[in-house]
Write a protein that binds this ligand. Structure first.
Ligand SMILES: O=C(O)CCC(=O)C(=O)O
Length: 206
């Protein structure tokens, strides 16, 4: 799902191809669930607002998202506000209703929150968030996913999970791309190798 062809290219356009999966989780609202406080997913990050998109959220509806079962509430254009919401505050929101199978993409600085589920069935969703490669991911996927499991992922998913180096500099291990720990051959060159013209020439000549 994090590799979905209708979503990842959009994320790569807003961030870049070296983006990371920040978190991947299910969002299940049971009957009687109260509305979640309106929040931004990155509001604890001490950056002056508004700022460039730093994290993109994809919420996948696995059930129909309706007003009565807790469809996500959003405050349109709030990602451009110069402040963050107060937890527990009362805000004028619209509900993002959508049929099962839809996906909603938004800048995580958008003020939002799950709605109240007053129906008698559960509302199922997946949340897939992506961030820049220079940021700390919300979930520590390199330690959280056993290495032998990650080794079976497609290469692009491995990169998204953090087995990658941003701009050939951030995230290396002993001057190597961590993807090599998953048994992949030569990963990305570090910036200091790639910019060493003499060494690059020697490598070309074998
Ligand atoms: O469940 C939803 O609709 C939104 C969930 C959410 O915003 C969150 O968990 O941060």
């Amino acid at each position: 799902m994090p590799l979905h062809e209708n979503v990842l290219p959009v994320v790569e356009r807003v961030l870049d191809r070296e983006c990371l999966l920040s978190s991947f989780c299910s969002l299940v609202l049971g009957p009687g669930q109260e509305a979640q406080p309106i929040h931004e997913d990155t509001q604890l990050i001490p950056l002056p607002r508004p700022h460039i998109p730093i994290t993109i959220n994809a919420i996948w509806a696995l059930s129909d998202f309706r007003d009565d079962n807790g469809a996500t509430r959003i405050i349109p254009a709030s990602h451009k506000f110069d402040s963050s919401p107060e937890y527990g505050g009362d805000y004028d929101a619209v509900t993002a209703t959508m049929p099962a199978g839809s996906v909603m993409l938004f800048d995580s600085a958008l003020w939002h929150g799950g709605g109240a589920n007053t129906s008698d069935t559960r509302r199922f969703a997946f949340s897939c968030a992506y961030c820049w490669g220079w940021m700390r991911q919300q979930e520590n996927l390199q330690l959280g996913i056993p290495r032998e499991t990650a080794a079976r992922f497609p290469r692009r998913l491995q990169e998204l999970c953090g087995y990658s180096v941003y701009k050939g500099q951030f995230g290396h291990i002993n001057n190597h791309d961590p993807i090599e720990l998953l048994g992949r051959e030569r990963g990305k060159r570090m910036v200091w190798e790639a910019t060493d013209v003499r060494k690059a020439r020697m490598a070309e000549q074998g």
